[in-house]
Design a protein around this ligand. Sequence first.
Ligand SMILES: Cc1cc2nc3c(=O)[nH]c(=O)nc-3n(C[C@H](O)[C@H](O)[C@H](O)COP(=O)(O)OP(=O)(O)OC[C@H]3O[C@@H](n4cnc5c(N)ncnc54)[C@H](O)[C@@H]3O)c2cc1C
Length: 369
Amino acid sequence: MSQPDVIIVGGGIVGLACARELAACEASVEVLDDGTRPGAATPASAGLLAPFHNAKPDDPVLTLSIRGRDLYRELVPKLRDETGIDAHLWTGGILHVAFTQAEVDRIRGAIAWQRQQGLITDWLDAHDVHQRAPGISRKALGALLGAEDGALDPVAFMEALRVSAMNAGVQITQGQRVDSLVRNHDRVTGVLTTAGPRSAGAVLIAAGCWSGRIAGLPRPLTVEPIRGQMIALEWPAGEPTGIAVSSAGYVLRRGDEALVGSTMEYAGFEPSVTVDGVTRLLDAAGQLYPALDGRPVRRKWAGLRPGCPDGRPIIGPDPVLQDLWYATGHGRSGILLAAVTAEIIAALYCKQPIEHDLSGVSPSRFWAY
Ligand SMILES: Cc1cc2nc3c(=O)[nH]c(=O)nc-3n(C[C@H](O)[C@H](O)[C@H](O)COP(=O)(O)OP(=O)(O)OC[C@H]3O[C@@H](n4cnc5c(N)ncnc54)[C@H](O)[C@@H]3O)c2cc1C
């Protein structure tokens, strides 16, 4: 490709989703990914589509999260038809289980404000929880049911995005690290890579937790790695497919495995698995599903979430340096938010109307000098 309209730095779920949407509005796009980073978040992720997990009243990202979740109902089958790759979208609901009276009060309070905002969540008492998920611990006092929530397989989805983006003309270059931006006065004109300089009409930073390490940014990028460890156990025989979340962790079924997540740790750029992390995950699994207690760990891994101090992503153009864009900082919701992020980036770039209030995710919330 000669000079693309947009170079995207980072080929995780966010970069690839943005590439595909930008190509759909006629931009020529190249994705540069160094492809060698242990700890990349997307392959490590559980793939929950859980907008109510840790949601707070007036959270500016909640409506984006719900939109993001709902986009997958169309997008996953569409990509499966186009690419033959199925990301196994599951939309059977997520239980947020309470084990103490304080958790019951907090969760029931959350349902009250969520319903006031027209969101679909329900309280299930202990009997209803066990009707739905017989393997959940008898100590459960009840649960919030996010009936429309679910999960997808992030690795398969990322592969489907990659193939679809390439079908749409996106060039994906693996094995090239972007070291710095190239600037000409008040605008970005390209990047400097390990293979030399590359010019572009615009540059979109989607490099996950490494986004702030690119030299030449106009100011420090407030994204830092938050480590998440996960383990896989054998799914309990006879238990219907389901996803359950507690204050200690979550368990979801993928194939014949129970995936258990996840720690939230500030450990620098260090995607290692620790004894303490695995112990905490085993405890969380056993609390939710006693049948998982003492099961051998089949696999364990860790990834680095791109975290922002206020827990919200950074989406949109730099307020000062022209032709520099951001789609990063998605923290623990980057799978949920990838499709809606791409929709926003493409609409802004292609000057299409946009329905969402973007003030909560705007780069200028940190950098309005
Ligand atoms: C254990 C765990 C569980 C999670 N569970 C969920 C979940 O259930 N639901 C959910 O919504 N989210 C979840 N997340 C969060 C989600 O995975 C992330 O928010 C999301 O994957 C971020 O995607 P990304 O594309 O921004 O970053 P990444 O997937 O990290 O991709 C960044 C890419 O950029 C490349 N790169 C970096 N720097 C450069 C450079 N200088 N030059 C070239 N390439 C570069 C890297 O190699 C990498 O490929 C989880 C995360 C973890 C770690």
